[in-house]
Each structure stands twice: as C-alpha cells, then as structure tokens.
Ligand binder design. Structure first.
Ligand SMILES: [Zn+2]
Length: 234
C-alpha cells in the first residue's frame, strides 16, 4: 500500500514537472519571437543632431520598458573587429545611471567615461578627444543626475582621502537656496553639468575646434532617478 502511494505521488510529481517544463519552453519561445520582432534596427547617424535623436529615442524605449538593443551576444560578435560609436557620454559613477542601458544602446554605439560628479580632467579630456577626433563620435553628452552623492559631498564639504580634491572640483557649481537642501542639490547638479561643458571647451582645443567646425556637438543632460527619464538641457 505504502509502495502504491509512493508510486502515485511520483507519477503526479513527474506529470507536474513535465508540464512546467513545457510551459517554460512555450514562454521562452514567445520571448525569443518577441525579441526577433523588436530587434533594434541600427539607424544611420550622420550628424550630431541624429545622435541626439537616437539617444532621446533610446531613453524613451527604456522608460516605456521596450528595450530593443539587448541582443548582447550578437552585438559582441558584430563589434569584435572595430567600433564607431556615434556618441560619447561623460557620466557620474552612480550605479543607478548606466548609460548603455538608460539610452538603450547596447554594445558599440556609445563610449562612456564615468567619474563621480561627471567632472572633467586631463584623462577625461584625452578620452573625449580620442572618441571624437580619432573615432568620429559626433556628440558629447555630459550626463548629470538628481540626488548625486558627489555633488552632495561638495555641498557638505566632505573630506576623505582623494575624494576631497574631487568634491572640491564640484564646489564652483554650488548654487541655490541653502535653506532648501533638495533644491540646492538639484540646482548645483545642473550647474555642475554646465560648468563641465564650459571646462571641456576651455581646456580642449581639439574638442572646441571640432565644435566650431560643426562636426561635434556638446550637450548637457540630466537623469531622473525617480523616473528613468533623461532631460536634454539647453
Ligand atoms: Zn552622481
């Protein structure tokens, strides 16, 4: 009797597991069909404005939960010989602002330079010059964001090892009503983006030359941690 019960139990379990497996396979199938249908068609980027539009459209796909540029294994193969990213993003270190994802760009479409507080220095400038002058990127985006820890560090006079000199570089951007900490942080973060752009143009003849020739555009953008939306600043 005990053996019979065990046998029935095993039978029921095996039927359940098999049907689960089938369901899983069906789901996987529909996913792969979906991803085939939604596969991102690479748009041709000829101008800085095309690049801005591509990033705006990519961020819209991200906000809408309709990412298309996620066939990473294929992208690894497609980009293994060379790269021609249309844009270079100078972004904060913040783990919640990954540019490749928030702009739905996957592999090979954007260069990304990241440093806490999205500020420039000689190494960042060298990287931006490589991206634009050597590799032909048409757009530089300085991407700030709200609730930035590095900017807060500047406002709060944070001191720690090498971080002290980093936050000191953000201090010229401090602006706004000190009695309203949230607003102060937000306005300072936005001003910091603008100052970084000014400093890039001031400190790099290569980039300011490309901008004057109209070959490259440099724009500020601001990521909202609450919504995932990127606002392009003027
Ligand atoms: Zn930050």
């Amino acid at each position: 009797m005990k053996n019979l019960k065990s046998y029935i139990l095993l039978l029921v379990l095996s039927v359940m597991l098999t049907s689960c497996g089938q369901k899983k396979a069906e789901t996987d199938n529909s996913h792969s069909n979906d991803s085939k249908e939604k596969k991102h068609e690479h748009v041709v980027i000829n101008t800085p404005d095309d690049a801005v539009n591509e990033l705006k459209n990519g961020n819209k796909r991200f906000v809408d939960g309709k990412l298309e540029n996620t066939d990473y294994k294929e992208q690894v193969q497609a980009t293994k010989e060379d790269q021609h990213p249309h844009s270079v993003i100078l972004s904060c270190l913040d783990s919640r602002v990954p540019p490749e994802i928030v702009f739905d760009q996957g592999f090979g479409n954007i260069f990304v330079a990241r440093v806490a507080g999205n500020i420039e220095d000689d190494n960042i400038l060298g990287s931006l010059e490589f991206a634009t002058k050597i590799k032909g990127s048409k757009l530089i985006v300085v991407l700030g964001h709200n609730k930035c820890g590095a900017v807060k560090g500047a406002v709060d006079n944070a001191e720690l090892g090498n971080l002290t000199q980093l936050v000191n570089q953000i201090k010229p951007a401090i602006t706004g009503d000190k009695s309203n900490p949230d607003k102060l942080l937000d306005e300072t973060s936005r001003k910091n983006v603008k100052l970084t752009i000014e400093n890039i143009l001031k400190h790099s003849d290569v980039i300011s030359g490309l901008v004057k020739e109209g070959k490259v555009k440099i724009v500020g953008a601001y990521y909202d941690l609450n919504t995932g939306r990127v606002e392009f600043m003027n």
